[in-house]
Design a protein around this ligand. Structure first.
Ligand code: FES
Length: 110
């Protein structure tokens, strides 16, 4: 059966929560589950797609959350910070400077 891109939901942002061992030990699974659930119903924001990822290299600072297309990497994003992440980053468009771990320039595949 041919692929029909019309079947795909709109993806405006792609969020990766590292759930590899070091981040998992810091609570990444709870962060992932909370963010995955909350991302479906963010008031005023559509198309936030959340996935687990393998290690992104900031193992001592997890849970790490990486958001594209902004190329923003946040550190220590524990489950209790998910509501604040949603409000500040996704709804208010703020880069949360005190959580900033890294910033990717351009597309990561280039
Ligand atoms: S285990 Fe998450 S960055 Fe390495």
């Amino acid at each position: 059966m041919p692929f029909d891109p019309g079947e795909m939901p709109r993806v405006a942002r792609h969020v990766f929560v590292c759930t590899a061992p070091a981040c998992a030990d810091a609570g990444a699974e709870a962060t992932y589950r909370a963010l995955k659930q909350r991302a479906r119903h963010i008031e005023g924001v559509e198309g936030v797609w959340v996935n687990r990822s393998g290690s992104v290299g900031g193992c001592a600072h997890g849970p790490l959350v990486v958001i594209y297309p902004e190329g923003i990497w946040y550190h220590h994003v524990t489950c209790d910070k998910v509501d604040e992440l949603i409000r500040r980053h996704f709804q208010n468009g703020e880069i949360i400077s005190e959580w900033l771990f890294h910033r990717t320039e351009g597309c990561p595949c280039m």
